[in-house]
Design a protein around this ligand. Structure first.
Ligand SMILES: [Zn+2]
Length: 142
């Protein structure tokens, strides 16, 4: 993981309101600290700048790794992962209860690669929903 200056780290955190920008889990509700994700991985010449960084929970960041996209089963096309800096979450996903349902090819690939509906995450969300702590809401102006 590359070095990220504290000021930039804070900006990415605050911009997301402490929410994972992929699965909408708030950092206060996870055992492991949320991380700064390089949307385009350093391996693929992604830069450590605000417009290439996202706030991500540990699980989403681990599952994403350095992936950029995958082949979509429905369209058989190479599709990029959802990009929280260029796209709106609600345009690509919707919640059905605590399940994250994809609305687009980018959404499908992201649910698949990041394993957004794995059983542990779903169980955690169910417990949080009953306390009005899921989904995490992004700040208004992004
Ligand atoms: Zn997440």
């Amino acid at each position: 993981m590359s070095y990220i200056p504290e000021g930039l780290r804070q900006l990415v955190h605050d911009r997301a309101g402490g929410c994972c920008e992929y699965c909408l889990l708030h950092e206060d509700d996870n055992l492991f600290a949320h991380e700064i994700d390089h949307i385009r991985a350093v391996k693929h010449r992604g830069t450590t700048e605000a417009n290439n960084l996202a706030f991500s929970c540990f699980d989403c960041n681990r599952n994403k790794g350095s992936d950029l996209g995958s082949i979509d089963d429905v369209t058989d096309a190479l599709v990029p992962l959802f990009n929280p800096r260029q796209q709106q979450w609600a345009d690509h996903f919707q919640l059905s209860g605590v399940m994250i349902e994809p609305l687009t090819p980018e959404g499908r690939i992201t649910v698949l690669l990041l394993d957004l509906n794995n059983m542990n995450q779903v169980k955690k969300r169910l417990a949080l929903v009953s306390q009005d702590r899921y989904p995490c809401i992004f700040p208004e102006n992004d």
